[in-house]
Design a protein around this ligand. Sequence first.
Ligand SMILES: Nc1ncnc2c1ncn2[C@@H]1O[C@H](COP(=O)(O)OP(=O)(O)OP(=O)(O)O)[C@@H](O)[C@H]1O
Ligand SMILES: [Mg+2]
Length: 216
Amino acid sequence: MAAIITFAQRKGGAGKTTLAAHLAAGWALAGRRVAAVDVDPQGSLARWGELRGGLAGAAPLPVAKVSGWRLALELERLRREAELVVVDSPPHAELDARAAIRAADLVVIPVQPSPMDLWATQATLEMARAERRRALLVLNRIAPRTRLAQEIAATLGAGDVRLAATTLGNRTAFASCLAYGSSVEEDEPGGAAAGEVLHLRAEIEDMLRDGAGRGA
Ligand SMILES: Nc1ncnc2c1ncn2[C@@H]1O[C@H](COP(=O)(O)OP(=O)(O)OP(=O)(O)O)[C@@H](O)[C@H]1O
Ligand SMILES: [Mg+2]
């Protein structure tokens, strides 16, 4: 049975689409059968997927654009077809974001290191809690030696929430290769950005294995 991983965060621009694209591409590159779903009407992940379709040598990765009443059905269909389903959810469309969280085995929540971003994260964590989903906070665009441990610990609160050991730096590589359908692990293997994505993938895989062990 496949796992559905939903990238969610009510705060706009936190890195949902960026993380979803790089992780999905990384898993595809590693030979996993991955499907991606773009729930956001902005359609950025789907646009990346289209560019990727024309990119010679890119690891295969279908990206579907789905929203509204078809979403839950489509996610269950993909769960039967793929090993990993990566879902990019919109910042504001409450109903679709909630449906994407409800279907998820794990909700990954990118957070940028600012008080506003941390505060906004509460709303997303509430959604994950209300749907009894496990959540993983990932610090994104973080400067070296950022000290946020206390603020983040306060944000985590109750529920099944973890803070990822992997953090992602503020790196132009994350943005630049998306512009032509690629990803950091494909473009700059061995680079710092690729290393971060690889670690985060391993961390998420561990969490999914744990969850399966617990019958989640
Ligand atoms: N680690 C990073 N380093 C550098 N730039 C980044 C990083 N993460 C995200 N960005 C940039 O930040 C901007 C917002 O990222 P992204 O679109 O992934 O956020 P989002 O949460 O999907 O936004 P939205 O809520 O609008 O869907 C983009 O321009 C992206 O290239
Ligand atoms: Mg987005």
